[in-house]
Design a protein around this ligand. Sequence first.
Ligand code: ARG
Length: 567
Amino acid sequence: MNLRAELEQRVSAALQASGVDAPAQVAPAARPEFGDYQANGIMGAAKRAGMKPRALAEAVVSAAQLDDLASKVEIAGPGFINIHLRPDYLASMLSSEQPLVEPTSTPDRVVIDYSSVNLAKEMHVGHLRSTIIGDALALLLEALGHEVIRQNHVGDWGTQFGMLLAFLEEKGEDSEQLADLEKFYVAAKKRFDQDADFADRARSKVVLLQGGDPDSKRLWQRFIAVSIAHCNEIYQRLGVTLRDEHIMPESAYNADLSVVIEELRQQGLLSEDQGAQCVFLDAFKGRDDKPLPVIVQKSDGGYLYATTDLAALRYRVQKLGANRILVVVGAEQSLHFQQVFAVGRAAGYADDETRLEHITFGNMLGPDGKKFSTRAGGVMKLSDLLDEAEQRATGLVAEKNPDMDAAECREVARVVGLGALKYADLSKNRTSNYVFDWDQMLSFEGNTAPYLQYAYTRIRSLLRRGGIDPDKLQGQPVLTEPAEVALALRLARLQEVLEQAAADAMPSHLCTYLYELASAYMSFYEQCPVLSADAKVRDSRLLLCRRTMQTLKQGLDVLGIETIERM
Ligand code: ARG
């Protein structure tokens, strides 16, 4: 159950009964003295209705039917209402009969465009954030019962492909150099910059390819296949759920591009500007207040990135039936997506009910505060980064567990290292840049994956020590100690946190929650003996332990992070 939404609904009803027709806002209280939840916005509502805030708050408190779930409801300051929950109500939410997560009754069909690498080069750290954040959002929405359609909008059609094809032809088709696409790209680029004949050949290759020449097409397909295989290796290692069937490359929209232009024309949206086809929208004005053009076709007839994105939007709504579209791409493409969404809406590709969201994220920075790179200053390949994560974690795990055998140590290190890497990304507010810091992310203390994974293994080991089969625990806990109540309150919030994270497309909400939950568990564990307690108390506490274990597991699953039995 979504506790916050339930409270909001009841307080809204009380507001209505008090003569104010405005929805209430209820949020977890910022401090324990404010209760567990706090209703706010009463002051504003009172002002708008021409009432005294205090009088309205009093009316709301007496009209609100909260007795079953609140032990105390008090007015605080001008127009805040503090709600203290009843421990027995919290306990009932945590009964063994209550599901961990309830599916939504109004499922969306959500397209998530993520990873979306350019296939000309190997995947690098710049693609890491989109891949990790996008995958977590897909899992999160699915956990809540939404239908998710993954779209890996890979770049496979730019002018660089002419260069790569010309180079591949020169090197021989089975060129072993394709094993390292990064090197191959760099070598081709060097050749392109230094040799004018080669550059000419590269340019004519693009023309041939785009004109449908079978030979060029075959070579191109071969290149694309190698590049996709590289991506798949990374996805597999990262435990990311993208598969070949989710690839919807830029080239797949080729035939739709002229249709898009035609439809824009029919809608009266096109104007010609210096030979190029443009859409001018009032919402996009330059400094001199003149509208800025969104160019959709160049004067030579060529199409642009924006044209493909319009075709993709059209396809996602019309063919895939999406009512929510999330495009997970770095913040530097903000203006691009604002324009694509605005032109798309103007063209009727998306109506007002269809949510179009650019899920932005900042850069991953090195310790020097500059864009993350290798020591030599180049872009770091993702496979090298993953290797390093596993290596570093192996050192830590071996140090912690000198007796662990090598194979188990490696497996634990893989789970911890990759978990740490993903969690470091997911736990930050995605809209800002973040500093990549191995020591912080691999720490067993603080808001990190190892801390959460460790909390999970501690509960597993407690159950093992007690010889307890968690599936056999029945009933609901009895909450008496403050640490029990505090833990129960966290546990009861899972649903609302998942729903909020899904609505805002913010995996970091879930991370913050899991961290608070694990900390509440640690305090509970210190203050409330479990296995040594009397039978009744012991059973009740075991229920709390199990629910915590399940909640941590569910949360980490949704983030795409593995758990282990011991570490
Ligand atoms: N391939 C693009 C890049 O690496 C990202 C594509 C994102 N998706 C989209 N529909 N434009 O910058």
